[in-house]
Design a protein around this ligand. Structure first.
Ligand SMILES: Cc1cc2nc3c(=O)[nH]c(=O)nc-3n(C[C@H](O)[C@H](O)[C@H](O)COP(=O)(O)OP(=O)(O)OC[C@H]3O[C@@H](n4cnc5c(N)ncnc54)[C@H](O)[C@@H]3O)c2cc1C
Length: 414
């Protein structure tokens, strides 16, 4: 195994970068993984590469700089352009080298890069790349989801410290994270978007309690998190006091890009089985013309989404800020994935109802279907994405909000 940085930097031409990544794959990716991929793709790879083995090997991937290649070398990346990052992903794709720590890479990373201090970036970004410190997002509250800006968790200043008190909910992976991206109300006397401050909260700080919530797949990926007088230093603040809403937009945009697949690196699928495998299954199971028509529709939509995502990435490369494309991509990716998982269920027929615990194949289909129900809620619901597209793309009138300019403390809350 090689734990070396791959020899690519911001000046490397695209063709040389491709050759360098191929060379790295030859020396750093274990031969039995490569052989398994050549024999039977992901299905074979899963047989020879259990999760624990992959995690043990992961420091080699992290040391290469290929996990977050657009980040500067001092943050654990290679400092390359999005174009080179895409070439890197193309070469790596057949080897299924999933990036661990998705919320660190896709939410904390862009937030710290856009708004963090240099000290914060150097402190927090490299351990994200190495998957040594994992991150979660403490935004949603029992009374603040779609209308996130109405959040009520309090942040009170006490000298060089802040004291945080409140409740968060749906906090994915909080139970296995070291740090949390957290929004809290620092000024209740101004309109709701103007009195929020953004903090990094260590999940093991005194006063933080994490209580897992079980979801219908049977797993407990997300949590309720209680903040009871949690003290953190002012150095854990990201951005200016009362200007956390602007900072939050970097996180939310990163989240939408992660879910829609418009992000450079990080997570690019949102659970369940792919449409390509659906096509392969259809080939094996006979030529049902009605199923074929439905699956072709899904395949065509998936291709259109991939091209829209490529356009969005190119727009960012050309220096345009992430625009409403990420809302369009998030909306389409969520609804498409649900339709793909429903189609999988249909192909399984009644066996899907008789899912056994040890039944890998049908079990995975049912799991994918159940998990996909959350796609149209997580990262902002489909209704809210449609509002954003209506207002920002189509120029429709804004949703009326009689409390838009009222001080937060005067806005009625549930
Ligand atoms: C799997 C999963 C993981 C999650 N992980 C995290 C996480 O890690 N961190 C975190 O902070 N949050 C997380 N969330 C929370 C998620 O962001 C919220 O669930 C989401 O924003 C919706 O908020 P809500 O659940 O409070 O629903 P509500 O806002 O109460 O919405 C209820 C319904 O009303 C509709 N609605 C609300 N407002 C409008 C409107 N203006 N126009 C039209 N319809 C509207 C919604 O679309 C929805 O159908 C997660 C959620 C899920 C499902």
């Amino acid at each position: 195994m090689s734990a070396a940085r791959v020899a690519i930097d911001e000046g490397t031409p695209v063709d040389d970068a491709r050759a360098a990544v191929r060379g790295w794959v030859e020396t750093a990716v274990p031969r039995d993984w490569r052989d398994a991929v050549a024999r039977g793709g992901l299905v074979e790879l899963r047989r020879v590469r259990p999760r624990a083995v992959y995690e043990q090997w992961y420091p080699t991937f992290a040391a290469s700089g290929l996990v977050a290649p657009t980040w500067a070398p001092e943050y654990g990346g290679l400092g390359v352009s999005n174009a080179v990052a895409r070439v890197i992903d193309d070469v790596l794709a057949p080897h299924h080298l999933g990036r661990l720590n998705p919320l660190g890479l896709s939410l904390a990373g862009p937030t710290l890069l856009a708004w963090g201090s240099e000290d914060q970036r150097r402190r927090y970004l490299p351990p994200i790349v190495r998957n040594e410190e994992r991150w979660c997002q403490l935004f949603s509250e029992p009374g603040a989801g779609s209308d996130l800006a109405s959040l009520a968790t309090k942040a009170e200043r006490d000298g060089d410290e802040w004291v945080l008190t409140g409740q968060k909910v749906w906090s994915t992976w909080a139970h296995e994270s070291q740090f949390a991206l957290t929004l809290a109300r620092s000024n209740p006397d101004v309109p709701k978007r103007e009195g929020i401050t953004y903090f990094i909260v260590p999940v093991d700080a005194a006063g933080v309690s994490v209580r897992p919530l079980r979801q219908m797949t049977g797993e407990a990926d997300f949590n309720e998190v209680f903040l009871d007088g949690v003290r953190i230093s002012d150095g854990m603040r990201i951005g200016s006091v009362d200007e956390g809403w602007k900072v939050a937009n970097a996180t939310l945009s990163g989240e939408r890009q992660m879910i829609s697949g418009t992000g450079a690196g990080g997570v690019d699928r949102i659970g369940g089985r792919s449409v390509e495998r659906l096509v392969a299954r259809l080939r094996e199971s006979g030529d049902d013309p009605v199923a074929r028509q439905r699956i072709m529709g899904l395949y065509a939509t998936e291709r259109a989404l991939a091209w829209t995502n490529a356009r969005a990435r190119d727009a960012r490369k050309a220096g345009r800020p992430p625009g409403p494309e990420s809302s369009i991509g998030k909306l389409l990716a969520a609804e498409l994935n649900q339709a793909i998982q429903e189609e999988w269920l249909r192909l399984c027929g009644p066996t899907a109802m008789a899912r056994g615990d040890g039944d890998d194949d049908t079990g995975a289909v049912v799991h994918g279907f159940l998990r996909s129900r959350a796609n149209t809620i997580e990262g902002g619901t489909s209704e809210v994405q449609r509002n954003v597209i209506g207002e920002r793309v189509l120029g429709l009138p804004r949703e009326p909000d009689q409390f838009r300019d009222a001080p937060w403390r005067d806005v009625p809350r549930s």
